[in-house]
Write a protein that binds this ligand. Structure first.
Ligand code: SF4
Length: 542
């Protein structure tokens, strides 16, 4: 056993750990020095740009700087504190890491173990953690801790993502543009309109073809847009052949200058179905106008179940099934996501054999924002009339059942590349372990969905991530936090960098294992209530 290895018998399992502080290769991190580099400069090798940074200045991304001839990560590394265990620590104050000399002080295994428990409610996120990408060196933080008596390890690194995008869900019926239409930011194409979902329009933004595959300006605008949206800022887009839309995660979209307020209760068919019984006796016909599926109550299954008298109304568009019509108008920003402002425009005819003078007709949109009341005259022509209070109450209830219209922004990134070398020297084992649900992947402590199939393609809601989790580098690429948590035994089994595993308490004192380019300080914030604790135990290997 070397001086750096200890057989752990006090809670971390019987693993050889180099947690005494002196990493096997503390100088390993030092980048190769260019012969022609000026004496007052140092090279940053935290991304392929390899900035040569003058003393007292930051690098091109403002994330690293030359401080007195030493390369430092200028932002603090962010820790999360579990409410019941780490409240006192979650002050948000900056706490400096001790200097390298102290970091190399050896500590006994028992001393380390005695300090483990008070910190058990802390989680080291990759926000501000620095990176050892794009090379083969272990991740900056490989942290051992206990969770509910189980020895766990978390591998923490900032990832440099060239392959990444944002999936944006915009809760609105209003038509933003044709599917596949280009989405532009500052005139550059940065994405496209993708498949609409139930009550929401969807955009796919960023991605490698815009980041690296277009002009230099397109790449730059794309990562700046992703950086702003990912950090919960607002970005304005124009859609070719469509609308102008202002998007911000957690806020209502603004479409053509008008702030959206309601997400529809359902499609037109669903709306007449949900409220059919409440309408009975108060109306003779209800048409719920919807760009996708317009509902006609008396013909609809819901009206038939209530034995409603057929009203003889024929609407425009293509009949799908009884009382359900497609394409009653063109898409737009009017009633129910159509281009109409006069609802009677979708009425083609009344069947005189079924309709009758005095018939009471409600026309309403899927959000209840638009509603009009008509009564048929002797010529079976709908005449506007004051809406009865009882009918208005149902229209109001449609509105009440609409959720607030919001923009949701999900980060989608491929962590299947050389980032894995920071975790293990046999990267495919990490990929396989993740697919077997042995590894909990988080982004800034927020839960990440891992897509099935090959690679490590993760997706996280930016609103569940800490504020300002994202950065950029001018390669161009997005910098995003990623953490891999698993049982310590599983980490060893997948070929992890065991010599770089350090107990949480030591990490709190000394920071990242590499001294060159490591963060200077840490700060601790409360774990968001909506997120599960990242160190929940995955199943046992075997
Ligand atoms: S852009 Fe930033 S991370 Fe990349 S080399 Fe320059 S300072 Fe380092």
């Amino acid at each position: 056993m070397t001086e750096h290895e200890h057989t752990k018998t006090d809670g971390l399992g019987d693993m050889p750990l180099a947690h005494a502080g002196a990493m096997p290769d503390a100088a390993w991190r030092a980048p190769p020095r260019s012969e022609r580099m000026a004496a007052n400069k140092i090279e940053c090798n935290a991304c392929p740009v390899l900035c040569q940074i003058t003393e007292g200045k930051p690098g091109a991304c403002d994330r690293y700087a030359n401080q007195g001839g030493v390369l430092v990560r200028v932002d603090p590394v962010l820790l999360l504190a579990r409410a019941q265990a780490g409240e006192a620590a979650a002050t948000g104050e900056l706490v400096p890491f001790v200097d390298a000399a102290q970091a190399d002080e050896p500590a006994s295994a028992s001393a380390v173990a005695s300090k483990l428990l008070p910190s058990a409610g802390l989680f080291v996120t990759a926000v501000g953690a620095s990176t050892t990408y794009p090379d083969y060196k272990p991740a900056p933080f490989i942290v051992a801790s206990q969770a509910d008596g189980v020895d766990m390890v978390t591998v923490v690194t900032e990832g440099i993502f060239s392959y990444c995008s944002l999936k944006v869900k915009i809760d609105t019926d209003r038509w933003l543009g044709p599917e596949q239409a280009n989405v532009r930011c500052k005139g550059e194409v940065v994405g496209h309109v993708t498949t609409a979902e139930y009550g929401s329009q969807m955009l796919s933004l960023g991605g490698v073809h815009h980041i690296t595959g277009g002009s230099k300006k397109e790449g730059r605008v794309t990562v700046d847009m992703m950086h702003a949206l990912g950090n919960q800022g607002a970005v304005e887009f124009t859609i070719d052949g469509g609308a102008q839309v202002l998007v911000q995660a957690g806020r209502a979209p603004v479409v053509n200058g008008i702030e959206e307020s309601r997400m529809r209760v359902g499609c037109g068919s669903a709306t007449v179905g949900i409220f059919a019984e409440q309408f009975q006796g108060l109306v003779d016909e209800v048409v719920c106008v919807d760009d996708h599926i317009t509902g006609v109550l008396t013909e609809h299954q819901a009206g038939r179940c209530l034995s409603m008298r057929p009203a003889g109304l024929k609407v425009r568009g293509r009949k799908s099934t009884p009382g359900r019509y497609f394409q009653v108008a063109n898409p737009g920003t009017g009633w129910g996501g159509t281009d109409i402002s006069d609802p009677l425009a979708i009425i083609e005819a009344w069947d005189p054999a079924e309709a009758w003078p005095g018939l009471r007709l409600l026309m309403v949109s899927t959000t209840g924002e638009h509603a009009a009341w008509f009564v048929l005259d002797d010529q079976l022509v709908p005449q506007p009339a004051p809406m009865p209070a009882a009918v208005q109450a149902i229209v109001d209830r449609i509105g009440e059942n609409c959720e607030p219209s919001l923009c949701s922004v999900l980060f989608l990134g491929g962590a299947g590349g050389s980032l894995r070398a920071g975790v293990t020297d046999n990267p495919v084992l990490l990929t396989r372990a993740i697919k077997r649900a042995l590894v909990n992947v988080t982004c800034g402590g927020a839960p990440a969905y891992v897509w099935p199939g090959g690679g490590i393609t993760v997706m996280a809601d930016v609103l569940r991530m800490p504020a300002n989790s994202f950065g950029t580098v001018p390669t161009p690429a997005i910098v995003a936090p990623i953490e891999f948590s698993m049982r310590l035994a599983d980490y060893q089994a997948l070929g992890g960098h065991m010599a770089y595993v350090r107990p949480l308490e030591q990490v709190l004192r000394t920071g990242a294992w590499h001294h060159d380019g490591a963060p200077l300080a840490r700060r601790t914030l409360p774990q968001p209530e909506a997120n599960a604790w990242p160190l929940g135990q995955p199943p046992m290997l075997g």
